[in-house]
Design a protein around this ligand. Structure first.
Ligand SMILES: Nc1nc2c(c(=O)[nH]1)N[C@H]1C(S)=C(S)[C@@H](COP(=O)(O)O)O[C@H]1N2
Ligand SMILES: [Mo]
Length: 199
């Protein structure tokens, strides 16, 4: 059995091995949005987790800022084939937000200001794999990249990292989101090149 520490996992794929199949490297940070950038002033921002049993857990912007934050450097992979290495983010781990959430649900449907949705198994949001990110590259997250806050789930194709994130609905049954309904893969693992529904 392999025990992989955080530091070791960062060096796991050296050089070209950090590029998933079919991807190319970019230095810039492309913007991909299916619609206009919603305007969400922080004093009207809130984030909510709705459980399958009807409980709602809410955080205001001020409450989010009061939670412990993490800084992490990750590689991001868009299904349109660009990969950006070593992107640095700050935000709150979903593990922190889920601390007091009682659930037996297996699925999460993430939704955003502006109406975007994306789905994933709840396990993919836990155990240090996902964050609500509000800083990028040492600065406030720009509105075009999802500011004031976006989901960051770097181990899946970047369409799963919902910009302008507003909440997570926990579900017993999987419910496909925006791109998943439009023919993209339900799970979206870049290392298994799960781009479209039949991949
Ligand atoms: N709310 C919302 N989130 C979204 C999208 C979107 O259109 N709306 N596009 C997704 C896609 S396809 C990608 S590749 C990334 C792009 O993020 P970026 O514009 O910061 O590069 O956001 C994802 N999250
Ligand atoms: Mo994308």
């Amino acid at each position: 059995m392999a025990i992989v520490s955080r530091g070791f996992s960062g060096r796991r794929r050296e050089g070209g091995e950090r590029l998933p199949p079919g991807q190319y490297l970019v230095e810039d940070f492309p913007v991909l949005s299916a619609g206009p950038t919603p305007v969400v002033p922080p004093d009207r921002w809130e984030f909510a987790i709705d459980t399958e049993s009807g409980q709602t857990h809410r955080w205001s912007w001020r409450e989010l800022m009061a939670l412990p934050r993490q800084r992490q450097t990750v590689d991001i992979h868009c299904v349109t084939r660009w990969t950006k290495l070593d992107t640095t983010w700050e935000g709150v781990s979903l593990d922190v937000l889920f601390e007091d959430v009682e659930t037996t649900a297996d699925y999460a449907l993430v939704h955003s200001y502006g109406g975007y949705t994306t789905n994933m198994p709840l396990d993919d949001l836990l155990d240090g794999k996902a964050w609500i990110a509000y800083r990028f590259d040492g600065e406030e997250l720009a509105p075009v990249h999802g500011g004031p806050a976006r989901l960051l789930v770097p181990h899946l194709y970047f369409w799963k990292s919902a910009k302008w994130v507003r909440g997570i609905r926990l579900l017993d049954d999987d419910w496909p989101g925006f791109w998943e309904t439009a023919g993209y893969h339900n799970y979206g693992d870049p290392w298994r090149e799960q781009r479209y529904e039949d991949d």
